[in-house]
Design a binder for this molecule. Structure first.
Ligand code: AMP
Ligand code: MG
Length: 411
């Protein structure tokens, strides 16, 4: 068995950052930037009002209450140039509208009384110069750098890019990840089970994990335990995908043909890792026949919980590296949590990843964990109930009150 860290390093070294592309903003959420972006003009582009009210000369309000003559209205979207504000005058103005020439302050409508004639307004309090005015360039000055390379784009970043007038952004291409499940016992069409059959769940969980990671999952189908069929599916997959994930067929059984085929068409390392579940992992590359690109391939174990834990520990970090995330940002957030019930295990030289439910206790300011249920590698009910993986170091049962490291799957 090799240590978890060694396996992880081997996988990360085989996952290179993908090429870059220019994406329309609406398609770029979660992608990692590759270029510096600067603003070509100020934001806001013109001085405007933060309040509904009246544009005035501040000096006219010094002796408030004062009555001013209303000379016009400026709504958002108008230029305001046709409504200059002279001495003793006020212009009705709506939030976001440009401050008209001559005005240097806004009186919010709540501090005014409109005259019955609609032609005058009483300003009830004096206001200083600049009152409720958002100056041009108050948010972003022309030439400001608004984005650096290496940033994972959030809704806020995309809004900022839209604000400065960008329509596209340079990012690392999201990996397209082909997912294959293998096994003669599997069906995926919802029909009644024949004796010996079970339903294919891995393809759905892995595709969903890929999508949850922010990448594009490509369904390469359910493939029978047949060398030719597995080889055809993998070779078709490397032509259209940036990475492949297979589940099943990598153990020592007589019909584990994924292993046989990957050894023939790929350059693979077969690892037995000191973890439970998901001890076996195959990782390597298949060379794309059409252009010689080396496509990373993850051969995950078939047991449903093992394949999901293996995805968390190896695929997700590797794919995030391909997507341009830096090495400090490849893993899920990890916290220390207090165990609320014993998490049982025996010394066996392995780190165990227990499926747990984790909650933050406001009163004590600590995270708390409990088992999510049965901990076998086929126990999907507990996997589904879990929102975290607790890392149990080699040794005896973790007792109530002890602390463990916990990876939050759904922070
Ligand atoms: P294998 O690695 O192919 O020997 O499979 C190990 C165990 O996982 C067996 O019990 C399989 O039936 C089960 N298994 C393999 N692939 C899947 C799948 N796609 N969905 C659900 N169970 C699976
Ligand atoms: Mg199998």
């Amino acid at each position: 068995m090799i240590p978890l860290g060694e396996a992880r390093r081997f996988v990360l070294d085989g996952c290179a950052c993908s090429r870059t592309e220019s994406l329309p903003l609406h398609a770029a959420l979660g992608c990692v930037t590759t270029a510096t972006v600067s603003a070509e003009g100020p934001v806001p582009p013109f001085a405007n009002t933060a309040m509904d009210g009246f544009a005035v000369r501040a000096s006219d309000t010094t002796d408030a209450p004062v009555v001013l003559r209303i000379t016009g209205t400026v709504r958002a979207g108008m230029s305001g140039l046709d409504n200059p504000v002279g001495a003793g005058e006020a212009v009705r103005i709506m939030t976001g509208a440009p401050v008209p020439p001559g005005a240097d302050a806004i009186v919010m409508v709540e501090l005014t009384n409109a005259g019955d004639d609609g032609e005058t307004v009483t300003v009830l309090e004096a206001v200083p110069v600049g009152n409720h005015i958002r100056p041009a360039g108050d948010d972003v000055v022309s030439g400001d750098v608004v984005l650096h390379p290496g940033i994972a784009l959030t809704p806020g970043h995309l809004g900022l890019l839209a604000t400065i007038g960008a329509t596209h952004v340079e990012v690392v291409r999201r990996p397209r990840v082909g997912v294959i499940s293998t096994g003669d016992e599997l069906i995926d069409d919802g029909s009644a089970l024949e004796p010996g059959q079970i339903r294919d769940s891995n393809r759905l969980t892995i595709r969903s994990l890929v999508a949850e990671s922010g990448f594009e999952a490509i369904d390469l189908g359910l493939v029978r335990d047949d060398e030719q069929a597995i080889s055809d599916a993998l070779l078709a997959g490397v032509e259209t995908c940036d990475a492949l994930v297979t589940t099943g067929g990598v153990s020592m059984g007589d019909f584990d043909f994924v292993k046989v085929v990957l050894d023939r068409i790929g350059d693979m390392r077969w690892m037995q890792i000191a973890i439970k579940p998901s001890k076996p992992l195959a990782f390597g590359t298949i060379t794309r026949p059409s252009d010689g690109t080396k496509v990373p391939v993850f051969g995950l174990p078939g047991n449903p919980v093992s394949s999901m834990v293996s995805y968390e520990l190896f695929c997700r970090p590797g794919l995030r590296k391909m997507a341009g995330f830096d090495e400090a940002n490849l893993d899920r957030p990890t916290v220390l949590a207090i165990v609320e019930e014993p998490l049982s295990r025996k010394p066996d030289g392995k780190i165990h990843f227990a499926r747990v439910v984790c909650r933050y206790d406001m009163e004590s300011g600590t995270y708390r964990v409990r088992s999510a249920g049965a901990q076998g590698s086929h126990h999907m009910a507990a996997m589904a109930a879990a929102d975290a993986l607790a890392e149990l170091p080699d040794g005896p049962t973790i007792e109530i009150g002890q602390a463990v490291r916990v990876r939050l799957l759904r922070p």
